[in-house]
Design a protein around this ligand. Sequence first.
Ligand SMILES: Nc1nc2c(ncn2[C@@H]2O[C@H](COP(=O)(O)OP(=O)(O)O)[C@@H](O)[C@H]2O)c(=O)[nH]1
Ligand SMILES: [Mg+2]
Length: 362
Amino acid sequence: MLHAALIGFPGSGKSTLFQLMTSVHEAPHGRGDVHLGISRVPDARLDTLTTMYNPRKRVPATIEFTDLVAPARTGAQALVDVAGDKNADALVHVVRAFRNPAVPHPSGMVDPARDARAMEDELILADLAVAERRLERLDKDVKKIKSAELEQERALVQRCRAALEHGRPLRALELTGDDRKRLRGFQFLSAKPLLLVINLDEADVAAVGGDIGRAAAHAGLADFLARAATGVVALCATIELEISELEANEATAFLADLGLAESGLDRVIRATYDLLGYISFFTVGEDECRAWSIARGTTAHAAAGEIHTDIQRGFIRAEVVPYDALVARGSMTACREHGEVRLEGKEYVVQDGDIINFRFAT
Ligand SMILES: Nc1nc2c(ncn2[C@@H]2O[C@H](COP(=O)(O)OP(=O)(O)O)[C@@H](O)[C@H]2O)c(=O)[nH]1
Ligand SMILES: [Mg+2]
């Protein structure tokens, strides 16, 4: 499952958001310091399909979030709850912009731009230590063993070290697929996609409304908007708490008053999903309408394996209809009549929103 870690300075609102965003909570797997929770990825397309098919079951895509329960560290590291979560696919940095004097800021003053940069520096420093340790080892190995792979890895890690020394996160590097594979084992923190969640003050939400450019400028974080593998979302956790207690139609009206189309929680979940480069395909029927998560570029054969290894093993063809065509025609049968159901083979690259029926031999 996709897995994102909430990180941020103590008192920035991580746990508040975590409680609101995740509904299914799992017991920590042998790690008492981390909470795991599961979020459903909001997707209006799945809502429409559910209305069309009225299935017994509706299954959205999901993301797992982790929240560090209590930072056990001291000194400079205690400022940052990096969640020790090296396995995360993405980092979600909750940056405090709300003032609330009842909640002391560990640095004494609320300054979102400083916090975003301080966190970036922490990630970079942690990665620099990893890169240097690896280079020491590689320098020794390269002297002993003649290996093109070792040479290539060394050149790559040197490139990483140089970027880090210049204060650049590794997610800004342009890397080939092979480079990415070489780096995977290091679990570099600054290489992970980063979502900044600006936790606004109650008093500022109406002023910035749904305008992320204005919200980022207000928090001094405008320069993060254009960065590689970086996303920015603004919300106010305490207002989200209020919204979560409203009936659905009241919540919609309340959001509209604030100039917003959807809740901040939904925006964070979806932005995380998008940032990871994940797309959804759907399976539909009277039994179940379901969204499946795959990385962009996944083939039909691999997508079949997401559903069941038997479907992958016995793969014959994928019957594919784009979401828009299905909604426009109103049914699979109508799509078939108009020749809009394509038969695709194993190598077909699944597109976001494809409705797929896998034909397979058992
Ligand atoms: N005024 C205000 N208080 C907030 C907001 N978000 C969180 N808080 C409060 O800040 C405190 C710390 O929040 P928490 O979620 O535990 O932060 P964490 O340490 O990052 O997990 C709690 O008392 C929250 O109620 C916000 O948007 N506005
Ligand atoms: Mg907390």
